[in-house]
Design a protein around this ligand. Structure first.
Ligand code: 5RP
Length: 222
């Protein structure tokens, strides 16, 4: 099985997880990235049953609309029953690194507003310690150099993601060489730097369920 097939398998497993919420008329939170795209495509046949979705990026919102699935403003929905999204890394506590697609801030908002967060990923994403994947940090543009210097003080090697502007009009610094022993502390420490909008650690609000695609089938980690 190649990586795409593994992503499709976890997306299909996630559909099974959210089916009852769809039929109960709940709002579904939708993530961003290639695995989330597979999930969106498999949601299409349920377009008439889904009350509405909240998307974590303009790209996902557009893909949902292309399928005829309603996309709502989080300000009008109240809390969300379940959020489905991919990840760049997960450890065994289901603490994540996200933001490879630059959607981390909206992803974190939708995750925060959701009762349940289902992460979908192929097995290459499961790691013992977070940090081999460079940690994305969304930054207000005028604070770029200041925040980069502060990240160096924390032991990282921040690199400006050239040519990328987030849906919120900000820039991304990717922090390399930053093995993360205490994800909650690191998440809080980076968020406390003035000029940081948020960082791609999802440790304070980790996933509740990880559906992991493996050649032996989809594994459920809680
Ligand atoms: C986007 C994300 C994605 O969930 C993450 O990058 C994983 O993407 P993919 O499913 O394409 O591997 O955090 O900001």
């Amino acid at each position: 099985m190649d990586q795409d097939q593994l992503k499709k398998a976890v997306a299909a497993a996630a559909i099974e997880e959210v089916k009852s919420a769809i039929l109960d008329g709940e709002i579904i939170g939708i993530g961003t990235g290639s695995t989330a795209n597979q999930f969106i495509d498999l949601l299409a046949p349920y377009r008439n049953e889904i009350k509405g979705t909240v998307a974590s990026s303009e790209a996902s919102a557009q893909r949902l609309r292309n399928h005829g699935i309603e996309v709502l403003d989080l300000n009008s929905t109240g809390d969300i029953a379940v959020y489905v999204d991919g990840a760049d890394e997960s450890n065994h506590r289901l603490e994540l690194i996200k933001g490879g697609g630059a959607a981390l801030t909206r992803e974190k908002i939708v995750a925060a507003a959701s009762a349940r967060f289902i992460c979908i990923a192929d097995e290459s994403k499961l790691v013992d310690q977070l940090g081999a994947f460079p940690l994305p940090v969304e930054v207000i543009p005028m604070a770029r150099s200041y925040v980069a210097r502060e990240l160096v003080k924390l032991g990282g090697n921040p690199v400006y993601r050239e040519g990328v502007v987030t849906d919120n009009g900000n820039i991304i610094l990717d922090v390399y060489d930053f093995m993360i022993a205490t994800p909650c502390k690191t998440e809080e420490r980076i968020n406390a730097i003035t000029g940081v909008v948020t960082n791609g650690l999802f440790a304070l609000r980790p996933a509740d369920l990880l559906l992991l695609g493996t050649p032996d089938g989809v594994k459920r980690l809680t």
